[in-house]
Design a protein around this ligand. Structure first.
Ligand code: AMP
Ligand code: ZN
Length: 483
């Protein structure tokens, strides 16, 4: 595709076709992107956030190459049951009971906590964020349409999607049908209302858990929507009848995304989404990190152990999104060392050199970066492109321009962190400088402050200022530096 006179050759792996494909959007004026949002019954763990970091990179890279993007995310605040196979208690209700709060209080608290984590990790907020409870009318319209078209049936108080009406249900087709068949999976109770083992609930009015907190009136009785219908309904509401890219963690491919495709395409009567972008899991040595296991790592926990959230973003970018990533403290410490080294090198570049950017050199560095990202968003190669900038034979202004440019996508705060390092080292140098006359004046000012003689303290500060000296108050006492 040609955009702003540039040929865009971005290849993405599409889970639907199992191939890397040239990305070609449906429309020239917008790329429509949908992201499954969090289920807000608990804090997001750093595994969830790995998915959101990589989806953020995808969105930013699309914008970087020049596509206008509209990205929509749902907030799951109803209907996601403890098992993805429509059984168990609503996760939101479980959260509310755990904390003795209302479901809406829980939803608000964990939605805010999620976006606070995103802020710390430089994950951009999607253009539209829509809680499921705000779209009940859309879901009812969708379920009614599926009933009218013969794709849904009412049984035992619930409305089910009839998967036997589809030519192909397992669209991602790398599943062993028997292993994954809902209803025969170990530990999942069979729902005898279902006509076919893969059928799934579109609207509940009956479940084993009668204490569902939030319920709405519907043509099928008072109840609540199934989890899968949320994403179809919210996407149709904000992005219309077609979608370019749908994102999520790989665990969502089945049954969640499989069911989204089934119901959206049955309702629309045509293909719905072209590209499926699935982020593979963050695992611990004991297996997949998951909220339901109870013990999981959060951004706040990393911070409490002294880790900068930016280091976790860097850790994620060092590996490809289609590989499982193993989290260990040792691996994270290695990322800390690599990130600090990178920042220290950037800090040696002089931002005030007054040099002119070498446009040809800049372009060749950008080409290396886009080549990495065009190849199925290879962020680990893009990180290598950052190191290559530092090694390049060009001036500091050009290197800094390249780093700033790449950081529009990587969002690692490279230049801001490097500036902080420069300031710290200046303060350190200042702390080490001595001059008996100035030291004596700084001491006099400290004494004046102790004696609450503010006028005298200010007079000394102003006198030093006039001589080109600034006083820096630090926890170790007053220091000074030449301006
Ligand atoms: P949830 O809040 O459980 O609905 O999940 C939010 C997102 O995180 C979904 O896209 C999941 O597929 C994804 N996810 C869940 N566990 C992991 C994990 N261990 N690693 C990466 N992504 C995950
Ligand atoms: Zn979803």
């Amino acid at each position: 595709m040609i955009l702003n006179e540039r040929l865009i050759t971005m290849y993405l792996y599409n889970s639907l076709t199992h191939k890397k494909e040239l990305f070609v959007p449906n429309h020239t004026d917008v790329v429509k992107m949908y992201t499954c949002g969090p289920t807000v019954y608990h804090f997001a763990h750093i595994g969830n956030l790995r998915s959101y970091i990589m989806e953020d990179i995808l969105e930013k890279y699309l914008r970087y190459v020049g596509y206008p993007v509209k990205r929509v995310m749902n907030i799951t605040d109803v209907g996601h049951l403890a098992s993805d196979a429509d059984t168990g208690e609503d996760k939101m209700l479980k959260g509310a009971k755990r904390e003795q709060k209302t479901v809406m209080e829980i939803a608000q608290f964990y939605t805010d906590a999620f976006f606070e984590d995103c802020r710390k990790l430089n994950i951009k907020r999607p253009d539209v964020v829509e809680p499921a409870t705000g779209c009940i009318d859309e879901f009812i319209k969708l379920v009614s349409g599926l009933m009218e078209r013969g794709y849904a049936y009412f049984a035992g108080g619930n409305v089910y999607f009839d998967t036997s009406k589809l030519e192909k249900y397992y669209v991602f087709n790398d599943h062993d049908e028997e292993d994954l068949a809902v209803g025969v999976r170990e530990g999942v109770e069979e729902d005898t209302n279902k006509r076919n083992k893969n059928d799934f609930v579109l609207w509940f009015t009956k479940s084993k858990f009668e204490d569902q907190a939030l319920k709405w009136d519907s043509p099928w009785g008072v109840g609540y929507p199934g989890w899968h219908i949320e994403c179809s309904g919210i996407s149709l509401k904000h992005l219309g009848e077609d979608l370019d890219i749908h994102c999520g963690g790989i665990d969502n491919a089945f049954p969640h995304h499989t069911n989204e495709i089934a119901q959206s395409e049955a309702f629309l009567g045509h293909k719905w989404c072209n590209y499926w972008f699935h982020v593979h899991h963050l695992n611990t040595e004991g297996g997949k990190m998951s909220k339901s296991k109870g013990e999981f790592l959060t951004v706040s926990l990393l911070e409490s152990k002294g880790y900068d959230p930016m280091v976790y973003r860097f850790f994620c970018l060092q590996s490809h999104y289609r590989r499982n990533l193993v989290f260990s403290w040792e691996n994270l410490d290695n990322a800390v060392a690599a990130y600090d080294k990178l920042i220290a090198k950037i800090a040696t570049l002089n931002p005030d050199s007054g040099e002119v950017v070498d446009e040809a050199a800049l372009q060749s560095m950008k080409d290396r970066f886009t080549k990495a990202m065009d190849g199925d968003l290879n962020t680990s190669l893009a990180v290598t492109a950052l190191y290559d900038v530092l090694k390049a034979k060009t001036n500091d202004a050009t290197k800094l321009a390249a780093l700033a440019d790449f950081d529009n996508v990587m969002s690692l705060d490279l230049l801001a962190h490097a500036e902080k390092v420069r300031q710290e080292s200046r303060a350190q140098e200042a702390a080490e400088e001595t001059d008996p006359e100035i030291d004596a004046l700084v001491l006099q000012r400290t004494e004046a402050k102790k004696a609450k003689n503010w006028a005298e303290a200010d007079r000394i500060r102003d006198e030093l200022k006039a001589r080109g000296i600034s006083i820096i108050d630090t926890p170790q006492g007053a220091k000074w530096r030449r301006d």
